[in-house]
Write a protein that binds this ligand. Structure first.
Ligand code: ADP
Ligand code: MG
Length: 692
């Protein structure tokens, strides 16, 4: 950057540190956050109370210092032939006063306010008369995001415009060549690339600026979608995968004799999709989306049996001990009459047992292992891993997925199951390299969960309600929030809550289980099991029970301080009930003082049970950066475009990218040459290129 006129080594250094601007390209891509409109000269006569920023040309009629001490100010009157405007300065008075002269013409710019019915501008920007300037500027003036340090060195938001102006004047059309194919430009009526960049900085009017921004947003999405598409395509074409050629004995026996229920249509469809993938000879990388309770586990199990029938081992990764334990109990229970050897491996597996498991995974005695992150360790080796299932994906990053692939010579098929639905736009960007299956149907006879919001002062009524449910043989969860910054406070809060619940539900008439993060895994599991076995009627806990826990007899979910939870977390928690055939309830307790966002969240929870709708809303309220697990993905680092506000462009970009790759998969056509060159120049700069 130091080679740009007016920058020099010291300022270049600061630009690097403060704004990450290293090259001309970075500078060119710096997006103004607003523009100042000095293209028009307004008239004083036209000023109304709604007027915001204006530019006036006129002559100074009077000026002088008024007031004393802190009220001391310089006041001038400027007249433009249609009326008089007051100009006020509180600072730099002496200096400014010297530059003023009666009868002198000025171009004045600033924000209008009213004082005693008269319009005025405080600290206006002043330019002395000169004929060409009198007609206003020919373009809008950019204002860029800046920092305190930059401002101190004369590089505030507007001053940076001097650099971009120099830069834009230097660059010719061939410095910013078009990369999009003509057909797309024409079809979407997009602004050419060179014009888009120059107009982003210096547009003649707001409409042109919008067209420029639209073009650049589209380009950003389009390039990203194209890269994802290329990755997917490449994987489909080149990545060899193990072949599950047959549906064998174990699968069939299980399906006919041990399946505890009829599969839903959606479950069957998804299994078919997976069958097709795993039989194709290519490696499967599939994202399985389904709302809480839609029955992803049984799908995982059936796919697993498919792998085992074909002579391969499988593993299932879960995010917590409790979930891992539950999957293990569940699966080994279902498989107990079948010749399948299942083991569990977690951080708390004892050394001796662990040794044995590692040994048997390596010699192939164990067919299937359920585990936590412990499974990812290098010491875990398989004889022939053919399938890796990742449950509740949002806690696993791309890097961890990649670790799984390395555990076999031919990478295993990977099935990623999400805990909550991912909004379409997010799935397209953050998980665009995966193929997707969706379970969009809940098992039959589910009664929708009734969700209500109650103030804290209704707690005793809520407790009475729980009592009535327990009398009917049901069970209840009572969940307390977990705010990581203060573990001690959370703990105290939970204990207070627990005592409170105990007061309503005294032993031995009632029994209460409690789980929280400070317990050892053993204690937690025991308490969980007691609740599952209906030895305890109430489960008090923190969000450690959040994902996946399955106790069909539980019919009430009470969430304390519900305002402190995010939407997807609330939905996850609610998904713990409504799993049996009984009518279930979710009660959101909160204080009476709620901010707008919290109020909105609780309202949505009461209004819908649809996880996809909730996910969309969550994305809207929180923005993509905050959605768990996506932060590091790199896929969301768009400079201009937003997957929330610019959905429309994302959809179009996706469609265009797919169409282009269908027509010209290797971008060999002359029309796509520029595009291909551009893509090649990007290789290696994003997370996606490292995935495969
Ligand atoms: P999730 O998709 O949230 O992981 P689970 O796999 O835990 O859901 O399934 C939720 C509950 O629904 C479990 O109790 C499971 O046994 C049950 N279930 C799954 N599929 C069906 C089905 N087709 N018919 C009836 N019950 C089902
Ligand atoms: Mg689950």
């Amino acid at each position: 950057m130091e080679y740009l006129k007016g920058v020099g080594p010291q300022r270049a250094d600061l630009l690097k540190k403060e704004l990450n601007i290293y090259t001309f390209k970075d500078m060119l891509e710096l997006v103004p956050y607003r523009h100042i409109d000095k293209t028009r000269v307004n008239q004083v006569r036209d000023i109304t109370p709604q007027t915001d920023f204006i530019q006036i040309k006129g002559v100074i009629r009077s000026f002088g210092i008024v007031g004393e001490k802190r009220a001391k100010r310089l006041v001038a009157e400027i007249f433009d032939g249609t009326g008089t405007l007051e100009l006020i300065w509180f600072q730099g008075i002496t200096y400014i006063q010297k530059s003023l002269a009666l009868g002198q013409a000025f171009l004045v710019y600033g924000k209008v306010s009213f004082f005693q019915g008269k319009p005025q501008i405080t600290h206006p920007e002043m330019e002395t008369y000169s004929r060409e300037k009198m007609e206003g500027k020919s373009t809008l003036e950019p204002v860029y995001p800046s920092t305190e340090k930059l401002k101190a060195r004369g590089m505030g938001g507007r001053q940076l415009g001097v650099f971009t102006e120099t830069l834009v004047k230097m660059l010719q059309e061939n410095n910013i060549p078009e990369i999009l194919p003509d057909s797309i430009l024409q079809h979407l009526q997009l602004m050419p690339r060179y014009k888009a960049f120059t107009s982003m900085h210096f547009p003649p009017d707001p409409q042109t600026w919008e067209k420029a921004i639209d073009r650049l947003k589209f380009e950003e999405f389009f390039i990203a979608q194209l890269r994802m598409g290329l990755l997917r395509q490449q994987r489909h074409r080149y990545s060899r995968g193990v072949v599950f050629s047959q549906v064998g004995e174990i699968f069939n026996t299980f399906y006919e004799k041990h399946l505890p229920f009829q599969l839903t249509g959606a479950q069957k469809r998804v299994i078919k999709e997976i069958r097709r993938d795993t039989g194709s000879g290519k490696q499967m990388n599939r994202l399985l989306q389904g709302d809480v309770g839609s029955g992803k586990t049984i799908v995982a199990l059936l796919v697993l049996l498919l792998a085992i029938d074909n002579g391969y081992q499988g593993c299932l990764l879960a995010p917590t001990e409790i979930l891992t334990q539950q999957h293990y109990n569940n699966i080994s229970g279902l498989l107990k009459e079948l010749p399948v050897k299942v083991r569990i491996l977690t951080g708390s597996t004892k050394t001796k047992e662990r040794k044995e498991i590692l040994q048997q995974l390596e010699d192939g005695t164990i067919h299937f292992v359920v585990g936590t992150h412990a499974l990812l360790e290098d010491s875990v080796k398989f004889k022939n891993l053919g399938l890796a299932i990742v449950d509740e994906q949002h806690r696993f990053g791309v890097a961890q997925r990649a670790k799984l692939w390395q555990k076999a010579v031919v990478p295993p098929h990977v099935l990623v199951m999400t805990a909550t639905p991912i909004p379409r736009t997010l799935a397209m960007t953050a998980y665009g390299d995966l193929d997707t299956s969706i379970i969009d149907e809940l098992p039959p006879n589910r009664k929708p969960i009734l969700t209500v919001h109650r103030n804290d002062d209704k707690r005793s009524e809520v407790m009475s309600f729980i009592k009535a449910e327990i009398v009917k043989g049901r069970q209840a969860y009572i969940i307390f929030p977990l705010i990581e910054e203060s573990e001690k406070l959370d703990y105290e809060n939970l204990m207070k809550g627990y005592e409170n619940v105990q007061a309503y539900f005294p032993e031995p008439k009632y029994w209460i289980s409690m789980v929280h993060g400070r317990q050892t895994a053993d204690v937690r599991t025991t308490n969980m099991q007691r609740f599952k076995a209906n030895d305890t009627q109430i489960m008090v806990g923190t969000t450690v029970i959040e994902v996946g826990v399955d106790v069909p007899n539980a019919s009430v979910m009470v969430i304390e301080n519900a305002e402190k939870f995010g939407l997807s977390q609330l939905h996850q928690l609610r998904g713990r009930v409504g799993r049996g055939a009984e009518k279930s309830f979710c009660i959101l307790l909160s204080g009476s003082k709620l901010n707008n966002d919290a109020r909105e969240r609780l309202k949505i929870m009461c209004a819908t049970n649809d996880g996809f709708k909730i996910a969309e809303k969550d994305l809207e309220l929180r923005g993509p950066g905050d959605i768990e697990g996506t932060r590091q993905s790199g896929a969301l680092n768009f400079k201009l475009a937003s997957i929330v506000q610019d959905k429309k462009w994302l959809e179009i970009a996706r469609e265009m990218a797919e169409r282009l790759l269908d027509e010209d998969p290797d971008l060999t056509s002359a029309n796509n040459l520029q595009l291909k060159n551009h893509l090649q120049s990007l290789t290696g700069k994003t997370a996606w290129s490292k995935i495969s």
